[in-house]
Structure formats: structure tokens, C-alpha cells
Design a protein around this ligand. Structure first.
Ligand SMILES: Cc1cc2nc3c(=O)[nH]c(=O)nc-3n(C[C@H](O)[C@H](O)[C@H](O)COP(=O)(O)OP(=O)(O)OC[C@H]3O[C@@H](n4cnc5c(N)ncnc54)[C@H](O)[C@@H]3O)c2cc1C
Length: 458
């Protein structure tokens, strides 16, 4: 890195807001993929103006800059694969405003999503996007990957709630996109260009979101299925019954056993699958809907359906679902985690196909996810020190993606592409779209300094 750049950046943020010692930088060298790339420095800006000056400096010196929220991404998006400076946005964590009269709010990028949700719920409002990482992931990281979560089946993903952004471009210019209002169509939809761009086109420094009224009540239930096929068919059956649950989560036997081993909470380890289902709305409607869903589950082969009657019982049912990722990471920090998404009607078929592919390549496979919107998290529990097994896993991933695309799906429902899915992006979007993405990147980032090596951009 150019020697003049670091003192210049230290002068911008202040010497207490920059790390350069190797042991300090190590803490910002990894994400939830557990891959490690050491940055040369980590800066903690506090304002948009500071970020604009840092980008201007980095652009002049051609230094890679990597935006980072909580570093909880599953695809290596915040990793400094070509070295450079990590821009840690966690100190920009102010909720700028919550405006109940306008049903909007504005936040800085480092606000933790769960904290924001709690604040808006205090005034009877609701911000639905709920990645399972909501207790630590940030609004900026969620916007940059367009995070999803269990509630997306009813409420949609992060992009459905973003009205406008403030963004610092790789050249240091500051732009504001979108509107202050709940709708607006003036000019190109630049907000959508940045949401989901995985920190490769600009640094999101402020996010204006739409809020909705908080549903007055919800009901949560757990259905236990002796046969996995019956559980996946039930997902479609519920949707076809014209009920839209607020969550419809699928957990296979390997995931049940893994969580039980971790938490010891008496999960039915003999069951081949569980469905965790929640409905929300007014009390009368959700009572009817939960009874109807229970009936569908039992008709489709569930051996037991438990409806939670208190907040504690509800928490207990959710505990298993929320613990899957940590339980799997504890068992195998190097697991391969994919998040394919298929049309809902294709879920039974894709789950069968994934199981066959894993068997063909002799790999242990764990499936769970937001089945209500077709999003299955499939995890291959590989031994990273066995090159032969790694090769088999690569082949299995390619076949899983092929099977997904054949069924009209996508290789990533919510985690993004980052580095881990970069080799497969063109399979889905084609060479022409990939070349088009390169042209957009060149326009905004002529020196290719912002988050290089991601999204298969050259
Ligand atoms: C236990 C666990 C459960 C998870 N569950 C879900 C889930 O249910 N749904 C889901 O979608 N994801 C889930 N994830 C993945 C992850 O939490 C999400 O992708 C989350 O949105 C990442 O937020 P972050 O703040 O950690 O961002 P980071 O991981 O730090 O960054 C993610 C990407 O965004 C970029 N970025 C971060 N901040 C900015 C910014 N201000 N401006 C521009 N670019 C930026 C980074 O460069 C990187 O490319 C889970 C992860 C874990 C560990």
C-alpha cells in the first residue's frame, strides 16, 4: 500500500479510529465463511464526509476499500481478498429518525437490525426484514446484500422496504437516491442499483426505510413429520390453501439432530422433518388460520402439531430454528452453505434431488430454511483438510445449482454471491449480463478499488 495513504486516512478519522497492527486487523479478516484475508488497516469512520474523503484518498492511491458491517455474511463479501483498508461501519449506528406520521425511518448503516426493530415496535410500527442474524447484523449489510429471513414469505425482503439511500461512490462523490415518500418514480431507480450490490458500487451511509403497522397478534406452531416428503408437500399445500403465513420454516432430520445435540431441549430426533409456522394479524383471523394450517399438516402426514399459547412457548419453538446456524458452525466451521431458491411448488422435488446429489458424492448434507418462499439452505459438512472430499463437494454444489436453475430457481435467495458463489454466477445470469455488470462497475469505479474480487467482477 502507498505509504502516504495511511497517515492521510488516519488524519481523516483520527488516530484512535484506525487499526494497523496485525493482531488488531486479524479481527476484521474473516466472516461467517471462516475464510481469512488480512487487511492492511481498518478504519472506523463516523460521518459520510469522512467516508467521502477516505474514498477520494483511496481512489488517488488506488487502494482497495472493503465496506464491512458485522461481518456475518455467508459468502465472503466483506473479506479483503486483495488486501487494502476495511471500512468498518459499526460506529455509524444512529437511528436518525422514526416518523410515525409518514411511516418512514432513517438510519445510519451500522445500526443493528434487531435494535432498530425494537425501537420501531415501541411506537406500534413494524420493520419486517428479519435475517436470523438480526441480533448482530447491520442495516447497511442487510441493504448491501438485500437480506431475507423467515418473514419474507409474507412481507418480502429488504429491498421492498428501502425508499432511498445516501451513498458514497468509489470516487468520493456523495449521492442521494430515491424518495422521502412511500412512492416515487422520478428518474432511474438508482436505489435498486445499490441494494444488493454487495458493497461493489458504493458505500451506503444512510438508509431511509418504509414501516408498516405492527400486526396486533401472532400464533406460532410446530408440526412434526415422520416423513420428509410429507413436510415439503405440506409447504405447497398451505400456500395453495390461500393462506400466507408470516413464516414457514423447514428443518430436516440432520438439522434437528444437530440442534438437539447442541441445546438438549428434547427435539424429536426420530422425525424426518419439522415445519415451524407462524401467522400474524387480528386474533380472530389468526385463530382460524392456525386451526386450518394444523388440519392441513395432519392431513398431509404430520404426527403432531403444537400451537404455542404464550410468549415463552413461542420462544421455545423458535429456539431450535434460530440455533441451527450456530449449531452447524460449532460442528463444522468450514461447512459449505448454499441458499438456493426455487418456485414454491418445486420444493419437494429439489429437496429430493439435493439428497440424491449428496448421496452420489458421499457427503453429509443438512437442509433447512425459509421454505415458504422457496429458499432452502443446504449445507455440505465437509472436511476442509481432505482435498478429495473438497473436490467432490465442488462437483455436488455445481450439480445442485444446475438442478436449481433447471427448476426455474436462483443460486442465491438472500446471502449474495461474494467470493464463494462467484464461479457460478454466469451459470445463472449469462455472459451478456455479466459483461453488462462489468460496464456498470467500470462507470462507477474506474480504478476498481471498491470491494475488489467479489461478484465475479474482473
Ligand atoms: C447465524 C447467521 C444467520 C444468518 N441468517 C440469515 C438470514 O436469515 N437471512 C439472510 O439474508 N442472511 C442471513 N445471514 C447472513 C448475514 O447475516 C447477512 O448477509 C447480513 O445481511 C450481513 O450483514 P452484516 O452487517 O454482517 O454485513 P457484512 O457481512 O459485514 O457485509 C456483507 C456485504 O455487505 C457489504 N457491506 C456491508 N455494509 C455495507 C455498507 N454500509 N455499504 C456498502 N456495502 C456494505 C460488505 O462489503 C459485504 O459485501 C446469517 C448469518 C449468520 C452468521
Amino acid at each position: 500500500m502507498n505509504k502516504d495513504a495511511l497517515p492521510e486516512i488516519a488524519a481523516i478519522v483520527g488516530k484512535d479510529s484506525i487499526l494497523t497492527a496485525k493482531e488488531d486487523c486479524m479481527c476484521y479478516s474473516y466472516d461467517a465463511t471462516n475464510q481469512k484475508f488480512l487487511p492492511e488497516a481498518v478504519a472506523f469512520p463516523l460521518t459520510t464526509q469522512q467516508i467521502a474523503r477516505i474514498m477520494d484518498c483511496a481512489n488517488r492511491h488506488k487502494i482497495p476499500v472493503i465496506p464491512r458491517g458485522a461481518g456475518s455474511g455467508f459468502v465472503g463479501g466483506s473479506l479483503p481478498v486483495e488486501g487494502g483498508i476495511v471500512l468498518a461501519l459499526t460506529r455509524m449506528n444512529r437511528i436518525v429518525n422514526i416518523e410515525p406520521a409518514n411511516l418512514t425511518a432513517t438510519v445510519e448503516p451500522g445500526v443493528v437490525t434487531g435494535d432498530f426493530q425494537q425501537e420501531v415496535e415501541k411506537v406500534g410500527l413494524f420493520y419486517p426484514p428479519d435475517p436470523a442474524s438480526l441480533k448482530f447484523s447491520t442495516m447497511g449489510g442487510n441493504a448491501a446484500v438485500c437480506a431475507g429471513g423467515p418473514r419474507c414469505v409474507k412481507y418480502g425482503v429488504t429491498k421492498n422496504y428501502i425508499l432511498g439511500l445516501e451513498v458514497v461512490l468509489p470516487t468520493g462523490e456523495i449521492i442521494r437516491t430515491g424518495v422521502q415518500t412511500l412512492k416515487g418514480v422520478a428518474g432511474y431507480d438508482l436505489t435498486s442499483l445499490f441494494v444488493g450490490s454487495e458493497g461493489t458500487l458504493g458505500i451506503i451511509t444512510e438508509i431511509r426505510v418504509k414501516l408498516i403497522p405492527l400486526p396486533p397478534a401472532k400464533k406460532c406452531m410446530l408440526a412434526i413429520f415422520p416423513r420428509i416428503d410429507d413436510a415439503t408437500v405440506t409447504v405447497s399445500a398451505i400456500i395453495q390453501a390461500r393462506i400466507t403465513p408470516s413464516t414457514l420454516e423447514f428443518i430436516d432430520q440432520a438439522a434437528i439432530r444437530c440442534v438437539e445435540d447442541y441445546l438438549k431441549i428434547g427435539l424429536p430426533t426420530d422425525a424426518e422433518a419439522l415445519l415451524l409456522i407462524e401467522v400474524d394479524g387480528d386474533t380472530e383471523t389468526i385463530t382460524k388460520q392456525s386451526e386450518h394450517i394444523k388440519e392441513i399438516c395432519l392431513q398431509q402426514g404430520a404426527r403432531e402439531v403444537t400451537i404455542a399459547h404464550s410468549k415463552e412457548e413461542e420462544e421455545q419453538l423458535w429456539k431450535a430454528r434460530r440455533s441451527i446456524s450456530p449449531a452447524l458452525l460449532r460442528l463444522n466451521p468450514h461447512k459449505i452453505n448454499e441458499d438456493i431458491n426455487v418456485p414454491i411448488s418445486q420444493i419437494p422435488e429439489i429437496v429430493r434431488r439435493i439428497t440424491k446429489i449428496a448421496q452420489k458424492y458421499q457427503l453429509i448434507n443438512v437442509n433447512f430454511g425459509h421454505a415458504g418462499d422457496g429458499n432452502i439452505h443446504t449445507n455440505l459438512m465437509i472436511n476442509k483438510d481432505n482435498p478429495e472430499e473438497l473436490k467432490r463437494a465442488d462437483q455436488a454444489v455445481r450439480e445442485i445449482f444446475e438442478a436449481t436453475l433447471e427448476r426455474g430457481g436462483t443460486i442465491s435467495g438472500e446471502h449474495g454471491i461474494g467470493i464463494t458463489k462467484a464461479p457460478y454466477l454466469e451459470m445463472e445470469i449469462g455472459a451478456q449480463n455479466q459483461a453488462f455488470m462489468e460496464r456498470i462497475k467500470n462507470l462507477l469505479d474506474p480504478n476498481r478499488i471498491l470491494n475488489p474480487g467479489k461478484l465475479s467482477l474482473t
